[in-house]
Design a protein around this ligand. Structure first.
Ligand code: AMP
Length: 290
């Protein structure tokens, strides 16, 4: 496994791979790897000749006052995990390699980025402009055939799909299911911040989504959302949002049609911001995210 630190090294590698007619898979990460990341790396390893994992804590997707400076980092451990997962190249640039002096471009997806995590009462639309700008740069630098993302960040997946289509990136965007701890908590690098007490309470996030799913089957969407929010309240958690939307457009869902519904939640547990979601399919009343 090789570690590339500079965009120019990545470009040289890509030119060489193009000559060899190899399929390339990219797994973008901010590091502090867990089984969620690993599931993406495994899929890339199975489907592509060459696997590139990017490792970059992207400063432009953090708002002032968020956890950029304390975001968990352990490069040595990440490189060891990447190597044992069969990664061929880790692309780990420095911030000034990605955003050199004079950098002035932003890639912005409208509409989809203004709700849920993008609303002003959450992380704000600037968060997604940071995400789409870095992902566009990674897609240009690595030019992968496939790029892998997690359903855990459902809105991010929708926004990236939109961007890739709108800007004619020829990379296939692959979204894989959320990997969970045994008690249901979605794996996240930020789980490392949780005290044992907060970790225990955080399990209410997934229970609240399961509760929503089961009440929806019996009593409809409004009652289901109410029940899910109540479950969070009982654990002393006040969500930033707890909403039902259609996954492709992120328009508010009414739950009356046959289309799958995304129920998404963001909540701070003892100061740690966690997100999760569930996809409910009204027709069969079967969840596809298990
Ligand atoms: P991050 O390092 O948190 O930016 O995440 C890198 C990628 O891993 C993103 O595409 C995430 O959606 C994905 N990811 C994070 N947590 C999980 C999880 N628990 N299950 C599946 N994918 C995940």
């Amino acid at each position: 496994m090789k570690v590339l630190r500079d965009p120019s090294e990545m470009h040289t590698l890509r030119d060489a791979l193009r000559g060899q007619d190899k399929t390339v898979g990219l797994v973008p990460t901010m590091g502090y790897l867990h089984e969620g990341h690993n599931s993406l790396l495994k899929a890339a390893r199975e489907e592509c000749d060459v696997v590139v994992m990017s490792l970059f804590v992207n400063p432009t997707q953090f708002r002032p006052g968020e956890d950029l400076s304390t975001y968990p980092r352990d490069e040595e451990r990440d490189l060891a995990i990447a190597e044992s997962s069969g990664v061929d190249y880790v692309y780990a640039p420095q911030p000034d390699g990605i955003y050199p002096a004079g950098f002035a471009t932003k890639v912005e997806v409208e509409g989809l980025t203004e709700v849920l995590c993008g609303s002003e009462t959450s992380r704000g639309p600037g968060h997604f402009a940071g995400v789409t700008t870095i992902v566009a740069k990674l897609l240009n630098a690595v030019d992968p055939d496939y790029a892998y993302f997690g359903q855990k960040d459902a809105q991010q997946a929708t926004v990236i799909r939109r961007m890739a289509e709108d800007l004619e990136f020829r990379t296939e965007i692959v979204i894989l299911p959320t990997v969970r701890e045994r008690d249901g908590l979605a794996m996240s690098s930020r789980n490392a911040y949780l005290s044992p007490e907060a970790r225990e309470r955080a399990t209410a996030i997934w229970s609240s989504l399961l509760e929503t799913e089961s009440v929806f089957a019996e009593d409809g969407l409004d009652a289901a959302l109410e029940a899910g929010r109540r479950r969070l309240e009982q654990a002393g958690i006040t969500p930033e949002y707890f909403e039902a939307r259609y996954p492709g457009t992120l328009d508010p869902a009414d739950g009356n049609g046959p289309d799958p519904i995304l129920v998404a939640v963001a909540a701070k547990v003892d100061g740690t911001r966690l997100i999760d979601n569930i996809l409910i399919e009204p027709k069969s009343l079967k969840r596809s995210d298990r």
